[in-house]
Design a binder for this molecule. Structure first.
Ligand code: 5AD
Length: 336
């Protein structure tokens, strides 16, 4: 792994021109090609609960949003999403939900172990927010392989401008270190262009990624949601997201890096561009169509109308058009 100098990163982020942008893209893509070839990993995203006890100022699912439609999938519904996904070639299921107290360790461990029993060739990724060390350990022992928990911003003051006082960056980061220590393939990540963000803060995000050295990193543009106080803010800049994807690929060559749905939401070719700038993962939605529009983190989220079979077909075509191939593989992190 390379270590980057903060002042150079800052200079790059604040002064890059088209030549720098293309040079970074080429280096990042060459690096990804060397490690993954033209193969793109797919993750089946199951958004199993839109109920959340948190009140993050940017998120449409924040608890104080009275307009949000709340739903919770049953264990059987989650399992049938997995069944459907397995038939379509998915070998990773990402269970993502708000911090919903219904999903205690007992409930969640029961779901994870049943998925691992029925689909032993699959990886389970959890994205359930902040929990105790013991809870993460129990979930890991029940068979979970990976965990996604974006740090959102690595700047303490910025964190407090995006979250209510009961949440802290310190706890967020401690959770990430705990996950790594337990043995999860761990994903951190941040929003690009969130309100009050400065280039210096993005440098902190990159330095945190270097320090934590996560196996995965989710970055996408901030997108405003109509029922939040940030409703009139602009969405994050697409080229800045792309450049950060390239930088992260170069800092951590083997990292699993998704071209996110948020990137595809602010630019119709966002996911393709993400791949061409160094990403190597896409995460189609496996949630039941009837609930998709209610997992509303931000406005105008794409792929809320189609069945997964259509989504995967559409993505496979899109990837093929730019010379890439979606593969049926767990797609674990390796150092090879
Ligand atoms: N814009 C972009 N991303 C968002 N997320 C939540 N709200 C928004 C928004 N308004 C992201 C957060 C969270 C992930 C599940 O979705 O980074 O970690």
């Amino acid at each position: 792994m390379h270590t980057a100098c903060e002042s150079e990163l800052l200079q790059l982020i604040t002064t890059y021109d088209e030549k720098d942008f293309e040079y970074l893209r080429k280096c990042a893509r060459d690096t990804a090609d060397r490690i993954f070839g033209n193969k793109i990993y797919i993750r089946g995203l199951i958004e199993f609960s839109s109920i959340c006890k948190n009140d993050c100022y940017y998120c449409g699912l924040r608890r104080s949003n009275g307009n949000a439609v709340r739903y919770r999938l049953s264990k059987d519904e989650i399992l049938s999403c997995c069944q459907n996904g397995h038939e379509l070639g998915f070998r990773t299921f990402v269970l993502q939900g708000g911090e919903d107290g219904f999903f205690t360790d007992d409930v969640m461990c029961g779901i994870v172990s049943e998925i691992k029993n029925r689909f032993p060739d699959c990886a389970v990724t959890l994205s359930l927010g902040e929990r105790s060390y013991e809870s993460y350990q129990r979930l890991f022992d029940s068979g979970a392989d990976r965990y996604l928990l974006r740090h959102e911003t690595a700047d303490k003051k910025h964190y407090s401008m995006l979250h209510p006082p009961e949440m802290s960056l310190e706890n967020r980061m401690q959770c990430l270190y705990n996950l790594k220590r337990i043995g999860y393939q761990t994903g951190a990540g941040f929003m690009v262009g969130s309100p009050f963000q400065t280039p210096e803060m993005l440098v902190k995000d990159l330095k945190f990624i270097e320090k934590l050295s996560p196996e995965m990193c989710g970055i996408g543009p901030f997108v405003p949601h109509k029922d939040t106080k940030f409703k009139n803010e602009n969405h994050g800049d697409v080229s800045l997201v792309l450049m950060l994807l390239s930088i992260i690929r170069l800092l951590k060559p083997n990292i699993l890096l998704p071209a996110t749905t948020a990137l595809g939401t602010v630019d119709p070719l966002g996911r393709e561009k993400g791949i061409l700038h160094g990403a190597n993962v896409v995460m189609p939605n496996l949630s039941p169509v009837k609930h998709r529009k209610d997992y509303s983190l931000y406005d105008n989220k794409i792929c809320t109308g189609d069945e997964t079979a259509q989504c995967i077909g559409c993505l496979a075509d899109r990837m093929k058009k730019i010379g890439f191939e979606i593969v049926t593989d767990r797609g674990d992190y390796t150092e090879k």
